[in-house]
Design a protein around this ligand. Structure first.
Ligand code: P6P
Length: 333
């Protein structure tokens, strides 16, 4: 069985950028994810790491203690590998500049955008949660100071995107534009092994994932699509699955065939999910797995970001399901 490192080296000819840089990026991601995984797995046993930290994040949402732990774990691990020059995190209002050592052979070329622990409100009830990451090459020359423009790049410029799902097993799923591949952590040796090569949405779609508690407040096109899903019988009926954790819902839908929808609502008029460190990486994975990702009208990866924490309506899944929903949205009165 390939380890993640062996797989990257085996496929180095398909990666357009420095394989050593990619190995260092993953070395940071693996280190942090193993440390987070350890904390999550004992969350039920100790008061000091579950529950709210008492702070709120930039979004004004209660920050869970593990959110802060995960944020720090990634910052420290990226600092130590000397390959990243800047990080934008859901847990930090502004981007964080990482000063590389003098002999930084990567000349501080890579920026990372990350949701350190998405769905963290589910920690206390043992529902799968995840880290979502997105990597770009900086736009500004390396001699210059990093600017916000290095982070506000369209999703179609990503060189690497992925997530780690902390569930019944811990799986790292990523793409560099050459398919989607999943690696399962063997905690007994602390190694990620290739377990899901070339992940792809299956031909048969069967799941729709949306928070139907907001049904009365959805736009008409979304309500019509939900009814369409509920009434569909041929060639087979759809089933509803929604666990309130984007990584958990997306991972299941990519493997079993399903659409994930978080539209605008009265409470979130621009949608709830963040474009840069949730929707863009998941959209890159979606397209690489043969699916489609849009805001209901426009391809997610073509949206020009205007601020770090901007939100967008988000739909991702099999092409036919997403196109059908876009049709309902288009035909809204
Ligand atoms: P709601 C978690 O907070 C998250 O950002 C996603 O992981 C998840 O899909 C969504 O929000 C759940 O939101 O409003 O349905 O509880």
């Amino acid at each position: 069985m390939y380890t993640l490192g062996e797989f990257i080296i085996e496929n180095r000819d398909k990666f357009l950028y420095s394989t050593e840089a990619l190995l260092r990026l993953f070395s940071s991601i693996k280190l942090a994810s193993k440390s987070i995984n350890k904390e999550i797995n004992k969350a039920g046993l100790t008061e000091e790491i579950i529950g709210s930290s008492g702070f709120t994040n930039i979004q004004g949402e209660p920050q869970q203690k593990l959110d802060h732990f995960a944020h720090r774990a990634f910052i420290e691990s990226f600092k130590s590998r000397n390959v990243v020059c800047g990080i934008a995190s859901e847990e930090s209002k502004d981007f964080i500049v990482i000063k590389g050592e003098k002999e930084n052979i990567f000349q501080n070329k890579y920026v990372v955008l990350i949701d350190p622990l998405d769905g963290s409100s589910n920690i206390d009830v043992n529902i799968p949660i995840g880290t979502i990451f997105s990597v770009y090459i900086r736009k500004t020359p390396i001699q210059m100071e990093l600017t916000i423009e290095d982070f506000l790049q369209k999703g179609n410029k990503q060189i690497l995107a992925g997530y780690i799902i902390y569930g019944s097993s811990t799986i790292l799923v990523y793409t560099t534009g050459n398919g989607v591949h999943g690696f399962t952590l063997d905690p007994s040796v602390g190694t990620f092994y290739l377990s899901h090569p070339n992940l792809h949405f299956p031909k048969r779609e069967k799941i729709y994932s949306i928070n139907e508690g907001n049904y009365a407040r959805f736009p008409e096109g979304i309500r019509n699509y939900i009814r369409y899903c509920q009434e569909k019988r041929r060639p087979y009926p759809y089933t509803a699955r929604y666990i309130g954790s984007l990584v958990g819902d997306f991972h299941r839908n990519m493997i079993q065939g399903g659409i994930y929808i978080y539209p605008k609502t009265v409470h979130f008029p621009c949608g709830k999910l963040r474009l840069l460190y949730e929707c863009n990486p998941i959209a890159f994975l979606t397209e690489q797995a043969g699916g489609k990702a849009s805001d209901g009208k426009k391809r997610i990866l073509d949206i020009k970001p205007i601020n770090l924490h901007q939100r967008t309506p988000f739909i991702c899944g099999p092409v036919e399901m997403v196109s059908k929903l876009e049709e309902f949205i288009k035909n809204e009165k």
